[in-house]
Design a protein around this ligand. Structure first.
Ligand code: GLP
Length: 241
């Protein structure tokens, strides 16, 4: 595990974008696993700026998003499809056929999950998986529990996650209670994993995930077993390490 502690969110965002740009430069046909949420917004902003300066090329890049809310259509402003379009895909030369995000409006979630796994399998393992972390230690929408799943599945959002994510919705009642999420399989199989955390609300999850026991009760702790993990934190997220 490699840990890098940056001064603040701005520095974290630049470091994460540089890490991602390095991957794209070294392997222009990389398969990426991409996160949403507040944390990677700065990384996406910086990566779009690098693309606009001609430093990186998305032509052959393939992306799989970690998760999507069940019940939201891709045009919904809080859907992760919309987030990815507005924060990254609409601004770079990625081939639309190379973008894979679980369909939140599916009529058949089980088949959608299987399809997502089948498509991922066609590309082999993910070259770089970028993750955020929930304050309760979730990754993607793999929430703490007695067990964790390997494959893409429909998961229930925990009350803490619904609470945390309600800041993006006008009303807490609007936050979907379920989501489609990649399981731990493709995350653990990825050639490299980059985890980002910013702010004091993540400090306790970061401490428990990396200084504590490996437990399904804190899904990010399983990353201790990954053989190529980089963690970039800002100072506030690193205070309890
Ligand atoms: C969300 C997403 C995760 C994300 C996490 C942290 O619920 N499902 O993929 O990493 O919560 O989000 P944020 O970066 O906004 O704190």
């Amino acid at each position: 595990m490699d840990f890098y502690i940056t001064k603040d969110y701005e520095e974290l965002s630049v470091a994460a974008a540089n890490f991602l740009a390095g991957q794209i430069t070294l392997k222009p046909n990389s398969v990426l696993g991409l996160p949403t949420g507040g944390t990677p917004l700065g990384m996406y902003k910086n990566i779009v700026a690098m693309y606009q300066k001609g430093h990186i090329d998305f032509e052959k890049i393939v992306t799989f998003n970690l998760d999507e809310y069940l019940g939201l259509n891709p045009q919904h402003p809080q859907s992760y499809s919309y987030y990815m379009a507005t924060n990254l895909f609409d601004h770079v030369n990625i081939d639309r056929n190379n973008i894979f995000i679980p369909d939140g409006k599916t009529q058949n979630p089980i088949e959608t999950c299987k399809d997502f796994d089948r498509t991922m399998a066609k590309f082999g393992s993910i070259d770089l998986m970028i993750l955020g972390i929930g304050a309760n230690g979730h990754i993607g929408f793999n929430e703490p529990g007695e067990t964790l799943q390997v494959n893409t599945h429909v998961g229930d959002l925990s009350p803490e996650t619904i609470d945390a994510n309600s800041r993006f919705f006008t009303d807490k009642e609007e936050v979907p209670q379920k989501a489609i999420t990649m399981g731990l399989g493709p995350i653990m199989k990825a050639k490299r994993v980059l985890l980002l955390a910013s702010g004091s609300s993540k400090a306790s999850a970061i401490k428990d995930a990396f200084n504590g026991k490996i437990t399904t009760g804190l899904p990010a702790s399983l990353l201790q077993l990954h053989c190529n993990l980089t963690v970039i934190l800002d100072q506030e997220a690193a205070t309890l390490l």
